[in-house]
Design a protein around this ligand. Sequence first.
Ligand SMILES: Nc1ncnc2c1ncn2[C@@H]1O[C@H](COP(=O)(O)OP(=O)(O)OP(=O)(O)O)[C@@H](O)[C@H]1O
Length: 367
Amino acid sequence: MIVKGIELDFFRNYLHMDAKFSPELNVICGENAQGKTNLLEAVAYLSTASSHRARYDKELIQFGVDSAFIKGELLSRDRDFTLEARLSRNARKQLFSNGVRLKTAGELAGVLNTVLFCPEDLYLIREGAVERRRFLDSCICQLRPRYAAALAEYRKLYDQKTRILRDWEEKPSLLETLDDFNLRMAQTGAVLIHYRAHFIRKLREYAPPIHREFSGGREILALRYETVKTVVDPEASPKEIFPQLLDHQESHRQAELDARQCLSGPHKDDLTVELDGMSAKQFASQGQTRTAALSLKLGSREIFFHDTGEWPVLLLDDVLSELDARRQAFVLGHINGGQVFITCCEDEKLEGLGREKVFRIHAGRLV
Ligand SMILES: Nc1ncnc2c1ncn2[C@@H]1O[C@H](COP(=O)(O)OP(=O)(O)OP(=O)(O)O)[C@@H](O)[C@H]1O
């Protein structure tokens, strides 16, 4: 998959920007806070219509302006695509593929796959489960439209059920709809668990060998999917998982009413990462954490390639400056094939990478 070019209007600190990229290596350089990450974020946005660092789309719109526009010209599956996203402060976002309005972001699945590395990847190992779920969701949404649709529906149901649980004491009539929400959440939740389990099985195949090589053969990375306790086999069909989720919800009904929170469901899932049998979250050093996070990301890149037959676009945001020379060499040695974008502050560090096209960014403009 190749991003041939991108056009931005009022996206973050870009007033207007129009760039044509190399199908191989693109180096984006500039001083701090000039717009390097913003450019990578715009490219990544076209793959799932969401940002790795913004909670709401309106954060992506330039301060003081009401709407923003991102347009990408791509080559994917031997076809040309034009993807457009129109973001607005006051209305829902609009997405277009080759001029046709998409009903949901899930319809973007499979057009542009991206894998983004950024300094915050450390959180993938260190922080709570929410970061790891975000990683899983971003990967699977890009590969499976059905997953993206189920995730969007689950999130809506979750918000509505949360409101019921929050307000039921003041408005007891709200409880009349609780069973319906539980039913729909168990149905869509079963789809999420099924796809997550299959993705993690593949990640278990690809990430540990990368980690072993990365750590000079010293460390063993192990991954485990933690989901709702009553689910016997997360890889089973959604139909089989569904009654098991309902059972769990039923047994937590009173606890949910008391806590006024959704306590049961895959919104609490986690991906446990262990190094040599020890929890990486609790015990890994800074270097080990970095290595494990990179292994997960590189592992997901392999999954994309094996699933689609095309390398995803690789976005390396400020990662090289964070790595020691051995890890830098390892990453650079593992990104052959496919289009790559690297941001950096001092371009001399990246000399000799190959046939790169260099873009200099200053104050949201290409210079
Ligand atoms: N919605 C927005 N409207 C206008 N400017 C924004 C918006 N969001 C972020 N910015 C600004 O964009 C600038 C560039 O941010 P970006 O994260 O791309 O920097 P960078 O070049 O990657 O820097 P660094 O090397 O420090 O990571 C920041 O100064 C930030 O304040």
